[in-house]
Design a protein around this ligand. Sequence first.
Ligand code: NCD
Length: 308
Amino acid sequence: MGSISFKGRDIISINDLTREETDYILSMGDQIENLSAKGSANLCGKILVTLFFEPSTRTKLSFDTAMYKLGGQVVGFAEPKASSVEKGETLSDTIKVVENYGDVIVLRHPLEGAARLAAEVASVPVINAGSGSEEHPTQALLDLYTMKKEEGKIDGLNLALVGDLRYGRTVHSLAYALSMYDVNLKLISPDQLRMRREVLDHISKRISVQEGNSLNDLLPDLDVVYITRIQKERFPDLADYEKIKGSYKITPETLKGVKDNLIIMHPLPRVDEVDPAIDSTPYAIYFKQVKYGLLIRMALLSMVLGTI
Ligand code: NCD
């Protein structure tokens, strides 16, 4: 692993990473834990530019906090209406402007391919914080890190990705990421929201994958349930959303007979997929994911800026 360097690299798709590089990033999460507790000046003088063309709570605040904890500063917008985008500026022009201010750019954009385009235009590293329904690679890295910390391993896990596998970008990146490991993966969704064909084709060449509609019968065998929100805003026809909303709901009832080591993960925000009564059980890991996410983003910023 000694030769791995991320200095100056973009983080656009999980498929740009090898397993060795992915494991390296996860190992850096552990190294950075110390700095998170004490704070550090490692990125003093560095500026992160955050360009959020779509709503965000966790991802934006997580990158902001990561930068501040490392002694860096953040500029940017979370509301494109407050920027020149409202006046018709193109994404590539916006990138060519802000690369003069910052040392690294974090971009969330509704269009697939936007992050890749930004990375091609920018002379500083670009980190994809969500590109339409396509990918959300830093979420997948923090999801892997959560599994490693909570289950002690990734290889050998029995997992289910549940909910909106068509429009949910977190599950696309996570499926790609898991396919680098030796896992057994179930994909549970309504028929209309099955995993995107290109993702399914890619991962089924590498790991054992089964698709289905029903979660409850599978639950007793699972180590990890990763449940997602139905992505209402990405449905071309809201009538279709109305038909399938509320398809899955984890309640204390559904958890009878599960393994002791089961963890329930969710990228958040949740709508109604996980009953808040689950929050106080040892299975609920979704708020801990947020903490792990901060560590992984501190590690990524440090790595692309060349300080670790
Ligand atoms: C997700 C996203 O934006 O894709 N949120 C996140 O970053 N944790 C999930 C979602 O919106 O459902």
